[in-house]
Design a protein around this ligand. Structure first.
Ligand code: GAR
Length: 217
């Protein structure tokens, strides 16, 4: 069983998808804590409703990024988290934190990476006139919205779409692929090879974190 902390800043609909997945029989991960930099994040309410421990580490209470991230790290240790899912966590994590948790942080981003890193992705996708958009779950690297891709889902852009309804449609896809990606990682089926993630075909239950070689069972 993989012990996961989820970091949120806002609504937490992806957090909810992860909570619901973890509640299913046999799901290979559990959420040990939800941490937010934003005391008003609705994600904290979702966690409380699900009986999950919550912490607020408000970035405004810290002088610099390093001490903010050190506080998050302490909290992760307190909950004995072994893996992190960023679910609408809107603070950039610096290289030191990311390297400390190397290959142990997942992020979801509302574009088909490497296109449209950053904010306002659907507005930019519409401006660029792309025919497809979607979302990506990837392992976090120090560059923003960068790292080995685990899963993506795409949808065709309807000429009638505006940024709001496109975001809503993409969010629905996010709720499908984020739990699926976490499951693959927790089953040990994801191997990182350079800047790519390789998904092993067979399933190797319960041996935990991403490992360089699948455990023989
Ligand atoms: C989601 O669309 C997620 O992909 C995006 O923020 C939203 C959070 O929604 N994340 C990023 O843009 C990260 N670069 P949620 O709080 O309802 O899960």
């Amino acid at each position: 069983m993989l012990d996961v902390a989820v970091l949120v800043s806002g609504q937490g609909s992806n957090l909810q998808a992860l909570i619901d997945a973890c509640a299913q029989d046999g799901f290979p991960a559990r959420i040990v804590a939800v941490i937010s930099n934003n005391p008003g994040a609705y994600g904290l309410e979702r966690a409380k409703k699900a009986g999950i421990a919550t912490s607020v580490i408000n970035h405004r209470d810290y002088d610099d990024r390093e001490s903010f991230e050190e506080a998050i790290d302490q909290e992760l240790k307190k909950y004995k988290a072994k893996f992190i899912c960023l679910a609408g966590f809107m603070r950039i994590l610096d290289g030191r934190f990311v390297n400390r948790w190397k290959d142990r942080i997942l992020n979801i981003h509302p574009s088909l990476l490497p296109a449209f890193r950053g904010l306002h992705t659907q507005e930019r996708a519409l401006e660029a006139g792309v025919r497809f958009t979607g979302c990506t779950v990837h392992i976090v690297r120090p560059e923003m919205d960068d790292g080995p891709i685990i899963l993506q889902a795409a949808l065709a852009v309807d000429p009638e779409d505006d940024a709001d309804n496109l975001s809503r449609k993409v969010l629905e896809l996010e709720h499908v692929i984020y739990p699926e990606a976490l499951k693959l990682v927790a089953l040990g089926r994801v191997r990182i090879s350079g800047n790519k993630a390789v998904i092993e075909k067979a399933s190797y239950p319960e041996h935990g974190l991403i490992s360089p070689e699948p455990t023989k069972v």
